[in-house]
Design a protein around this ligand. Structure first.
Ligand code: IPE
Ligand code: IPE
Ligand code: MG
Length: 236
């Protein structure tokens, strides 16, 4: 049973294993991504119902451009379908959508429907659903460094006075608390360039479940594991 008094404020997920799920069924990889979108829909609902404040999902990394153009365009097409189909319901459920990453590099159609979603949901006060899209942690830090360096160049900031807060404020996640819990599915135990700065003190839960099979029950299990962890943040 999860303790509703100790719900992590921010849960981040690396939704991995769509391809293997499809391969196991002799289906094309894109069928796995479609099943993954359906799983994501369920977890957004679950997170919202449980009272998680921020849910951040890794949907497409800066390294995922290395995949076939067929797979890449399929993923973005599915994303448009998801956003278009779910917008009303997300909005009704008071969900606020935010994108982390350089999404204007995506196909035009995807950018348009994402922007409509951001605009429609911007005033919502329920779950904040952050979608990491064309996101990479190193790229995010580099981008922050450039923004800060610019301020130094302009004389607005002194190099010696740069703080951790300045860095955090220039990441895509500015204003979002660091993830308390980071879940990765499919048995892989690595970060794959996800939230490198922000996960400094996150609790990690790895599960062998492939993302399309990940249910509300699995999500609650991960939260329960989190609730039994003792976080020390370097203290004793
Ligand atoms: C995660 O599933 C989704 C994306 C990276 C877009 P994968 O497509 O990585 O699935 P596997 O790891 O090949 O099984
Ligand atoms: C991480 O999964 C990216 C997403 C889930 C979007 P990958 O499948 O791309 O990661 P690696 O290649 O196994 O490290
Ligand atoms: Mg993978």
């Amino acid at each position: 049973m999860i303790d509703l008094e100790k719900i992590p404020e921010h849960v981040a997920i690396i939704m991995d294993g769509n391809g293997r799920w499809a391969e196991n069924r002799n289906l094309p990889r894109i069928a796995g991504h479609n099943a993954g979108m359906i799983a994501m829909k369920g977890i957004v609902k679950a997170a919202s119902a449980i009272g998680v404040k921020h849910l951040t999902v890794y949907a497409f990394s800066t390294e995922n451009w290395r995949r076939s153009s067929e797979e890449i365009s399929g993923i973005f097409k599915l994303l448009v379908i998801y956003v278009e189909k779910e917008l009303d319901e997300l909005h009704q459920n008071n969900v606020k959508v935010r994108i982390l990453g350089n999404y204007d590099k995506l196909p035009k159609e995807a950018v348009k429907s994402l922007e409509r979603t951001l605009e429609t949901t911007k005033g919502n006060t329920g779950l904040q659903f952050n979608i990491a899209l064309n996101y990479g942690g190193r790229n995010e830090i580099l981008r922050a460094v450039k923004k800060i360096a610019m301020k130094v160049e302009e004389g607005i900031l002194k190099a010696d006075e740069i703080t951790e807060r300045d860095i955090a404020d220039n990441l895509y996640t500015s204003g979002i608390p660091d993830p308390d819990l980071l879940i990765r599915t499919s048995g892989e135990m690595r970060l794959s360039n996800y939230l490198l700065w922000q996960s400094a003190y996150s609790e990690f839960v790895f599960t062998d479940v492939l993302w399309p099979d990940f249910t509300r029950k699995d999500f609650e299990n991960a939260i329960e594991i989190f609730q039994h962890r003792k976080r020390r943040f370097g203290g004793r």
